[in-house]
Design a protein. Structure first.
Ligand code: MG
Length: 239
């Protein structure tokens, strides 16, 4: 079985940060304070729970786990109405690749994301991609991002035997590359998010592209990968 673990933001889609409306409104409801996620938090690489902790810290509010949970839940509720407020889109070749892989019984796609399950569902429903992802691993608490990658691999292995050299992470940040290394996966890095090709290459991904290649090329890449290089030993950090 070949397993593909897909990041969401900057890899499958860009929301153009439309989620910040839902976030800021949730913060205001819970704390009575004005908050601007865009200005106040550098969110790249942080999970939604980690962003929640950071938000409360910046407001001088103790990030009690129950309060963090309430913020994340309210954000999930407000997110669907928030997404149409910016002209986000599905990134190049994504839909064609997922469509081509849909009928392959030997390839499974899962989400591997710092979004919560509800946040991921809202985004992929909005962009019409939810049907391609029956399951995945999501942020469930403020713990390390590497734990999400480990859960993703467990999930895939519960479903079918997974060959060690046939696990891929597709992502747009150094965090995706490092997390892939932590579970022995190969990263297909794409510069469609917040990082340039040069910046991504510095982290030694298995492959790196300006954008995802055309569907035929992508499928040939994963099908031919067993002749390729071994994944590099990486370390997962969550800075
Ligand atoms: Mg991303």
């Amino acid at each position: 079985m070949t397993v593909l673990f897909w990041d969401i933001d900057g890899t499958l889609i860009t929301t153009r940060r439309a989620g910040m409306y839902a976030w800021n409104d949730s913060v205001q409801e819970l704390t009575g304070r004005q908050f601007d996620l865009k200005v106040q938090v550098r969110t790249a690489g942080l999970t939604d729970y980690q962003i929640a902790v950071k938000t409360f810290e910046l407001l001088g509010v103790a990030p009690d786990p129950a309060l963090v949970e309430r913020l994340v839940r309210r954000y999930e509720e407000l997110l669907p109405a928030s997404l149409p407020r910016k002209a986000g889109y599905v990134l190049p070749n994504v839909r064609e690749i997922l469509e081509q892989l849909r009928d392959r019984s030997d390839v499974r796609s899962y989400l591997l994301t710092g979004n919560t399950r509800g946040g991921a569902r809202a985004k992929l429903t909005h962009f019409g991609l939810i049907e391609y992802f029956p399951d995945g691993a999501f942020a469930e608490d403020a713990g390390a991002r590497s734990a999400i990658a480990a859960r993703a691999l467990q999930l895939a292995r519960r479903t079918a035997p997974v060959a060690d050299d046939r696990v891929f992470v597709i992502g747009d940040t150094p965090h995706d590359i490092e997390c892939a290394g932590a579970i022995g996966a190969r990263t297909i890095a794409v510069a469609t998010g917040g990082y340039t090709l040069e910046e991504l290459r510095a982290y030694d991904p298995w492959r790196a592209f300006e954008e995802l290649p055309a569907a035929g090329e992508f499928v040939a890449l994963i099908d031919g990968s067993s002749r390729g290089a071994q994944p590099h030993a990486g370390r997962c950090v969550s800075t």
